[in-house]
Ligand binder design. Structure first.
Ligand SMILES: C=CC1=C(C)c2cc3[nH]c(cc4nc(cc5[nH]c(cc1n2)c(C)c5CCC(=O)O)C(CCC(=O)O)=C4C)c(C)c3C=C
Ligand code: FE2
Ligand code: FE2
Length: 334
């Protein structure tokens, strides 16, 4: 039977790969940072305080003071291509394009700000993707990052008549390909230094400590990454947690305390890495590379090196090809 003449066109089926990262303001200005922070800090996966209690605090206090301070920090790391996180995530998607043949369309989205997850899912659907792999680029699972990215995608899918089949990229904190990529990148960066660090600090984004007791595996994932990375590098890493927010107790030790403490113990030459961030961003370039350096040198350190994230470097892109390729198995060639 012939389809009716007004039947919508049916595109050849494709597979979508959607890289997802956290998101970043459009501009390093107070207004744009306020819009971004309002969306980010209104997410109940990020701030686990009852809405009725949190929203007045957010609107009356946080959004009146933090955007100015954060905009100043963003200005120090902003590039010609925009926010480092946005530029690097875009380049990661560009580097992966074509890696899995013509059948796979690679795109990227941000959980907060732009490009929005819903918009990019629609764009993939319009290009004929009836299968989509959602790939939140967080090696260590955390409800505040991995789960909320997937939630946002599923919320949008809930409104679609014709949903694509969907897979989500599992955490890869202990994946041999990830550990090997970190090792390759770190060894290359260490070899380029003009000093020999006595200690390597592995700094992960912090989380409220209660999330560990509530069953979030994030802390254990970070510890396992650091252990495996230390084993493969042949030297123990000093684990620390950065970016504390608010008054609650956070996972420790805090990176700034570790940096000052090492200098106080006559460790004068250090390197610091941030294995939990798949792309350099405000938290690595400003908090670690600028403020962390100052903390360490002010406390008596003499040599400090911030080693960049995997970003769109060869080891990082090879690793993404590897782990994404594995998740696409059974879909490719269909
Ligand atoms: C309670 C607040 C926050 C939690 C929980 C949190 C978890 C968390 N965040 C990342 C990764 C990133 N966070 C970034 C920025 C950022 N994070 C918070 C707060 C929490 N994060 C704020 C308020 C900000 C904005 C900047 C500021 O005002 O300080 C970024 C960088 C974004 C950028 O634009 O460059 C990343 C990346 C992880 C991995 C995580 C939990 C594991
Ligand atoms: Fe954060
Ligand atoms: Fe743990």
């Amino acid at each position: 039977m012939r389809p009716p003449d007004d039947h919508p066109p049916v595109a050849a089926p494709k597979i979508g790969l959607l890289l997802i990262n956290l998101g970043t303001p459009d501009r390093p200005e107070r207004g744009a940072v306020r819009v971004y922070l309002k969306q980010f800090l209104s997410d109940p996966r990020v701030i686990e305080i009852p809405r009725l209690v949190w929203q007045p605090i957010l609107r009356a206090i946080i959004l009146n003071s933090r955007p100015r301070k954060s905009a100043h920090a963003y200005r120090q790391v902003w590039t010609d291509q925009g926010s480092p996180l946005a530029a690097i995530t875009r380049r990661q998607a560009e580097a992966l394009a074509g890696s899995f043949g013509e059948q796979v369309i690679v795109d990227h989205a941000m959980r907060y700000g732009r490009p929005a997850i819903a918009e990019r899912i629609d764009a993939l659907r319009e290009q004929g993707c009836d299968r989509i792999l959602l790939a939140p680029l967080y090696p260590q699972y955390c409800a505040a990052t991995t789960a909320t990215a997937n939630d946002e995608a599923f919320r949008h899918l809930a409104g679609l008549r014709w949903q694509p089949a969907v897979r989500t990229l599992p955490p890869y904190h202990d994946d041999p390909a990830y550990i090997a990529a970190l090792k390759a990148q770190i060894e290359e960066d260490l070899a380029a230094l003009d000093f020999n660090p006595q200690a390597i600090v592995a700094s992960f984004h912090g989380m409220p400590e209660r999330t560990l007791r509530l069953g979030d595996p994030y802390h254990c994932h970070c510890q396992k990454t650091a252990r495996l990375l230390g084993e493969t590098l042949g030297r123990e890493l000093t684990v620390a947690f950065q970016s504390r927010f608010g008054r609650a107790r956070w996972l420790g030790p805090a990176t700034e305390d570790v940096l000052a403490g090492l200098a106080g113990k006559s460790v004068t030459r250090i390197a610091i890495v941030a294995p939990g961030f798949s792309a350099d961003c405000l938290e690595t370039l400003e908090e670690l590379a600028i403020r962390g350096r100052k903390t360490f040198l002010d406390a008596g350190g003499t040599h400090f090196a911030y080693l960049p994230c995997l970003n769109d470097g060869v080891p990082g892109i090879e690793m993404l090809r590897n782990i994404v390729g594995r998740e696409l198995e059974g879909w490719l060639g269909k």
